[in-house]
Design a protein around this ligand. Structure first.
Ligand code: FAD
Length: 341
């Protein structure tokens, strides 16, 4: 029988380390237990919210409802050929443990996504990405509970409507609870080295194996990003904005060299980190909250900051970028529980 905990501290359930609580908390271990938790909440008119490891969330206040943390933890081979393998991975599996498992078996596809915190269940929600790779490239289909019908559905890659840090799961107002993801991995794949300094760093590895590529990614990430167990954070706080060419040209006119990526002839993506730095926020700290000195896109809880302090700091950064560049940054991090998002 599923246990519903009351007044549960969420301090260890969010990588910002914010000290808040939920009125109720449950860790279902099967699809049936998830259904039970949902029905239990619905019968009592409680709000509910599904989380993984809380590495892409900011709790702004206590949550007056039921937090559901799926704990389905199995990995199984669902099909295999000489060149490929299909793996069904349940939502509660830790993402990086899954990557480690793939790399240790010499299956290609996940390695550039090494050391991203969080659960497998959240990977398709946000379409996680790093070092030139996105989860959508290896996702075959997603098994999800449709909370409107209470039926389990298989959504093909196409039906997941993946975009940049986006998917149907993110857009459909909590309609789906991800139960598991099936990944297609390669047995004789190629290395993806075309991002940033990855190629250069990898070339220094003695053997240049798949495991070496994972280690290279981990080393680069450790140098650049704060470890959430030491400095609470949720990775990139904002998405990289895509702007119209006219606006980009006016910024280039003012600043000379502007890092960018051309999406098409009209749309240009500019790194949010560059905008934040130029707006004067790199390494800036207000009391317990600040931007990380080597990556200003990451907002850090330096002490016992509350969710509202972190939120207010992020709004100052956002306003400043708006005032300086006329660019409205969108959050990558989900705010709970605040209605405007
Ligand atoms: C140091 C650091 C570095 C990071 N680097 C990266 C990076 O390089 N690339 C990147 O893309 N992200 C990065 N992130 C963000 C984060 O790791 C990912 O977004 C991750 O997928 C979140 O997983 P989670 O289990 O913690 O999800 P949570 O934060 O718990 O939830 C995130 C969202 O997914 C939903 N969700 C979670 N589980 C389910 C489920 N089973 N069914 C339905 N919805 C669900 C939640 O409702 C929420 O909307 C980083 C974070 C940190 C702290």
């Amino acid at each position: 029988m599923l246990k519903i905990h009351k007044n549960h501290s969420l301090k260890n359930n969010n990588t910002f380390g914010v000290d808040i609580a939920s009125a109720y908390f449950a860790e279902p271990q099967s699809a049936d237990e998830i259904k039970f938790a949902l029905e239990y909440a619905q019968e009592r008119n409680w709000n509910y919210y599904v989380t993984g490891e809380g590495s892409n969330l900011l709790y702004v206040s206590d949550y007056d409802g039921l937090i559901i943390r799926p704990r389905l933890n199995n990995i199984a081979i669902s099909d295999e050929s000489a060149s490929e393998i299909l793996l069904n991975v349940q939502a509660g599996v830790n993402w990086d443990q899954f990557v480690s498992y793939c790399v240790s078996n010499n299956w290609y596809g996940t390695e550039n996504l090494s050391l991203i915190p969080g659960s497998v269940g959240a990977a398709p929600v946000q379409n996680i990405g790093a070092y030139g790779t996105e989860a959508k490239e290896i996702i075959e289909f997603v098994e999800a509970l449709d909370t409107r019908t209470m039926k389990i559905e298989l959504l093909s890659n196409n039906n997941c409507q993946f975009g940049y840090r986006d998917s149907i799961f993110k857009r459909s107002n909590d309609r789906y609870i991800v139960l598991g993801v099936t990944f297609r991995l390669q047995k004789n794949g190629t290395f993806r080295l075309d991002y940033g300094n990855l190629k250069e760093e990898f070339s220094r590895m003695p053997d240049q194996t798949l495991a070496d590529l994972r280690e290279t990614v981990i080393n680069i990430r450790r140098k650049k990003l704060p470890d959430p167990s030491l400095y609470g954070n949720a990775g990139s706080f904002f998405k990289n904005p895509v702007v119209h060419r006219n606006l980009f040209e006016s910024i280039r006119h003012r600043y000379g060299k502007v890092p960018h990526y051309e999406m098409n002839s009209a749309k240009i993506k500019i790194p949010a980190a560059w905008l934040i730095e130029k707006a004067g926020w790199k390494g800036k700290r207000h009391s317990n909250v600040g931007t990380w000195p080597t990556q200003p896109l990451v907002i850090v809880n330096y002490g016992n900051a509350s969710g509202i302090e972190i939120y207010e700091f992020s709004e100052m950064v956002r306003q400043s970028v708006l005032d300086t560049f006329n660019i409205h940054l969108l959050r990558e991090v989900t705010l709970i529980d605040i209605s405007e998002n």
